[in-house]
Ligand binder design. Structure first.
Ligand SMILES: Cc1cc2nc3c(=O)[nH]c(=O)nc-3n(C[C@H](O)[C@H](O)[C@H](O)COP(=O)(O)O)c2cc1C
Length: 371
């Protein structure tokens, strides 16, 4: 028998009682995304039993809708859920049955541990599959454990195991590369089709900025500075948008975070740092890859008004605003874009060949090690 254990999604901290704590909008969105992945993975539970607490119930309802299965409230899955409860809820089912339980910690982590001997820490929205072969009292096998972050990644990338996807995931723009590339480098590109609903949570944003902080720089001068405006603060977001050129605004306005990337131009008093822009570019490149690891896309823009940025943000003379940057999750819903931008979103990505770029011996002589 296949048993699925799900811990409810992220819920609000406070409510009239613990019983009525609801999923937060983010919690609901992540559960919906996870539920789509569960569907693509082919989960077919005959029964989905949920704790009656609202946050579990809502989690179970979203999953039940995605899997097209009924969800049933069961007091057994409430606080104190244990192996006896699993036995009573699965009694009489054949050994090829699939049953899902949606409830709370520490119970979910504990029953998985009791069944499998594996110490697991179920995250909110996480899912474990345990196969039991000979009655519930016997040892089960932990077949897999999917953390919410893994669900995010599975939803974002068309992993081969999910090739039967029925999800409207945005199409990828994988370049045709004759030589192997690391996955994030291969997947990075500059989209304009941004998910207008989805913001970037602060842990993700901080992780992206941290990646910039750890870039290499000449003499470790770290000349980069970032003016950052998440869309939650609409006044600041609009202020930053006003510095971006009109040609970029139609899509950049839907970003979750806008940013101006600035470099310090001097190594010391009166001594120019000719690597400042180079180092800033490295920092942004690292941020773009770190962002993509979270499913967030980075689109850089030379199309902004540096002088206006200097004026609006009172940027001192020794600093140079180099680029504007938009960050967002992607969407496959491109209705809000112009025809031109829609077309750009699906066009092939092009690059010069290595022979045009890599020389040896003399300028413009393609390196002899090239194929
Ligand atoms: C410094 C810089 C400035 C850019 N300026 C703009 C811009 O103003 N508007 C825009 O739509 N894209 C801009 N881009 C994105 C490039 O057009 C894009 O990176 C390039 O076409 C390669 O496509 P890819 O990033 O999807 O691989 C810029 C990129 C960089 C690095």
């Amino acid at each position: 028998m296949k048993l699925y254990f799900v811990r409810h999604g992220i819920a609000e901290d406070m409510a009239d009682s613990d019983f009525t704590r609801e999923l937060t909008p983010r919690g609901r969105r992540r559960v919906a995304q996870s539920a789509q992945v569960m569907r693509r993975l082919g989960l077919r539970p005959q029964r989905i039993y949920s704790s009656p607490r609202l946050r579990s119930r809502q989690t179970a309802e979203v999953i039940a809708a995605a899997l097209d299965r009924p969800a049933t409230l069961a007091d057994e899955v409430n606080f104190g859920f244990d192996l006896d409860d699993i036995s009573s809820l699965t009694r009489g089912l054949g050994h090829d049955a699939e049953v899902m339980f949606v409830g709370h910690n520490p119970d979910m982590s504990r029953v998985v541990h009791q069944l499998t001997g594996v110490n697991v820490s179920m995250k909110k929205g996480g899912l474990a599959r345990v196969d039991v072969y000979d009655g519930i009292a016997a040892q089960g096998e932990l077949v897999w454990l999917i953390a919410p972050k893994v669900f995010d990644a599975l939803a974002e990338y068309d992993a081969p195991v999910l090739a039967v996807s029925a999800l409207p995931t945005p199409p990828q723009k994988l370049p045709e590369t004759p030589h192997t590339l690391q996955r994030l480098i291969q997947n990075r590109w500059s989209p304009v089709g941004f998910d207008r609903e989805r913001s970037i949570d602060s842990a993700t944003l901080l992780s992206i900025l941290e990646a910039g902080r750890w870039a290499a720089s000449s003499s470790n001068l770290q000349p980069w500075r970032f003016i950052v405006a998440p869309k939650e603060n609409q006044a600041e977001f609009q202020k930053l948008l006003s510095v971006i050129r009109e040609g970029n605004q139609p899509w950049a306005q839907h970003a979750a975070v806008l940013m101006i990337a600035v470099a310090h131009k001097f190594r010391g008093p009166g001594v120019a740092n000719r690597h400042a822009g180079y180092d800033l570019g490295q920092a942004i490149a690292q941020m773009a890859l770190q962002a993509l690891d979270h499913g967030v896309y980075v689109h850089q823009m030379g199309g902004f008004y540096p002088d206006k940025a200097r004026e609006v943000y009172k940027i001192p003379d020794e600093f140079e605003p180099y680029t504007a940057v938009a960050m967002a999750y992607r969407t496959s819903d491109l209705d809000h874009l112009s025809d031109g931008h829609r077309q750009r979103e699906t066009s092939q990505r092009e690059r010069h060949s290595l022979a045009d770029l890599v020389f040896s011996g003399a300028w413009a002589r393609p390196a002899d090690f090239l194929p």
